[in-house]
Every structure is written in structure tokens, then in C-alpha cells.
Design a protein around this ligand. Sequence first.
Ligand code: GCO
Ligand code: MG
Length: 402
Amino acid sequence: MKIVDAKVIVCSPGRNFVTLKLTTEDGIHGLGDATLNGRELAVVAYLEEHVIPMLIGRDARRIEDTWQLLYKGAYWRRGPVTMTAVSAVDCALWDIQGKALGVPVYQLLGGRSRDDVMVYGHANGADIDDAVRAAQHYVSLGYKAVRVQSGVPGLKGVYGVGRGTMSYEPAERGKAPELEWSSERYLAFVPELFARVRRELGPDVHLLHDVHHRLTPIEAARLGKELEPHHLFWMEDPTPAELQDGFRLIREHTTTPIAVGEVFNSIHDCEALLRGQLIDYIRTSVVHAGGLSHLRKIAHVAELYHVKTGAHGATDMSPVCLAASLHFDLAIHNFGIQEYMRHSDDTDRVFPHAYSFNAGALYPGDKPGLGVDIDETLAAHHPYERAYLPVARKLDGTVHSW
Ligand code: GCO
Ligand code: MG
């Protein structure tokens, strides 16, 4: 089953997406998401200039061998651009394999371990009242888990504050927006936010919060400790994870569960976190951490240390990535939760898909392969537009993590 065609499709139905489409000699095609938010075209060039020429003529059934060839064969290992490209190829090959055998990908991954995939939605408010209302809205839609973010008094715009709709989209066309940051103001505010949200939503709803890499380990330890009475499902990205050892400090001070990993590219980024039992949820994604083949390895290592998965699922993961995540989530034993930020209607039209939402959970559908396609004619109506994620500055002007 030789690969005879490979192309990269770049489109922007509301936001930018990069998609790899591989076609075999039997006419089967497979898709892989290759979107790296704000740095999209670097992956396009990597695929077109360096990867695609190696794929033509290869046997599409040799998924692991192709992964190793692209990873070890490049000599220059890891990194977001390389790993996003490898992920796209890997994902497309699993899609092809499923279609060739006439089964949904979750069957190839070991079959269903559960009935469906619990997801969390994003409640974003300008202030506490707004955030509470947004969270209540998600609960009324059947969500069992809600991530809550709010504007912080005294700061002009912070990460996670929506723009009045259910689909929150931080990347901006043209120029990177600048936001303000103060750890002092944030730390003084968030415990109050969750005291209110827990009181209004009751004990059963899972509550999540994303710190978005903005605190030092000891600041995050203080936050985790102060949030303990409100029983969070997780506190995400409490501190930048380049320093894996920093998580030990957080762990020593709080029992609030910790999630991390959306910017990780391989098992080497989380190996010490897993082995040291410093985290509770690993958030690596299909698109940025080496595809289904590598994500499986991360999940299996995590399982040894009682760490569950909580895959990244923001809108910059395309429906192709979301579909792949759902097959993975349904199959692996140590699934925790799946992030779900609904895509815009334009995006859903460009990527028709078999997954569906019901009662706080998603189901990938039973179509052969991943169950997602791309309408190339429609995609061509939404050309790429350069866009940047925001940057944050402290009140004295110093650049800070957004
Ligand atoms: C999350 C995230 C994202 C990221 C985004 C960057 O959903 O948990 O932190 O919203 O900010 O994916 O491209
Ligand atoms: Mg996050």
C-alpha cells in the first residue's frame, strides 16, 4: 500500500489550520493535523521541503517504522516544528490503516475502555459574576467539568478572558496583542473566584483552572494550597515546565492536583515529572507530541505512576487532532479528561466529522479511520492569514509568560 501523493493544505476558516493529506495507491487518503499556533508556516516548509519527498513510495502500513525514520533519520531530534510534522504523518497513517481495515482507529488502539470521553468546557468571564454565569451555562448544557478563567481586577486583559462567545480564540491577525500581568493581583483574586464558583455550582461539578505558566513554583504552591478547600479537578501549567524539578516544590506544599504538558513535544519533556510523581495529569497532544504512536508511549509510562491523561484540545488543535484524541481517549486505560473548545461553524464545515457531543462527553463515531475529512474546495475559500498569540508584560513593562 504505497503512498503516492502527499500535500499540505493551509486554510483559515476563522483561524489558521495546517493539514497533511496522504493518499495511497489504492486511493485511500489519511489526514494529520500539523497546526502550530502562530508558527504555522515553519511546519509547512518542514513537511513540504524535507518530509514529503521521503514519504512518496513508502508502505503506508509501516507506521512505527516511518515514525522512527522521521525522528531518528533527521538527526536533529525533538522540538515543536519537527514533532508537529512527525505527528501529522503518524496521524495520517493511522487514519489510512483504519480505513484500509474498515475499523475506527480506537479499535486499532486496543478497543474501547469506556463508553465515551468526558470533556471540559471553557467558562471565561470578564469578572466573577460573568465567570459564574458562563460556568452555569456549561452545566446547563450537560457538561460535568468546567474550566473557569476570569479577568483580574486592576489588570487590562489577561489570558483566558473570552470575547463574548462560546468559542474563545486568543490568536490575533496581524500583530501580537499585549496584555498586562501582576502575580500579586492574580494570586489575591483567584481563591475568591473559586470560593464563589464552588458555592454557586455545588460540590459535583469538576472545576479546572489554567495558570498558563505564569507563576514561580513557590507562588504556584501558595495558590494550590489556597485552592484546596474548593477541590479543583486540576490546576494547569502552574509554572513553566522547562524546569521539571520546580514541580517538586509545588508538590511539597499542596494536594491540589496538577496538570501540565500542552507545550511538550516528547516523553523526554515529562519523564522526570512522571517518575517523580510530581503531576496528576499529562496534557500532551496528538499534534504536538509525536502523534498517536508517541502519545501511546507517554500514556503507558504515565500509567505506571498513577498519572492520567488530559489532552490539550484548544481550538488551535484542528478537528483532525480532536478526532484522533477521542480515539486515543476512548482506548487507553488511564484516560482522565479531554479538553473541548468548540470550533467555529466555519471550521466544522471545512472539516466534516463523525464525533458528537452528548451529556458532557464526546464520542469519536464508528466510521473507519479517524472519521474526519477536509473539504478542500471550501478550505480554499479561507486562505491563510498571519496571526500571533498575545504577549504579556508586567506592570513595569517586563515581558512575562502569557
Ligand atoms: C489551553 C491552552 C490554550 C493555549 C493555546 C495556545 O487550552 O489550556 O492553554 O488555549 O493557550 O493552545 O495556542
Ligand atoms: Mg492550557
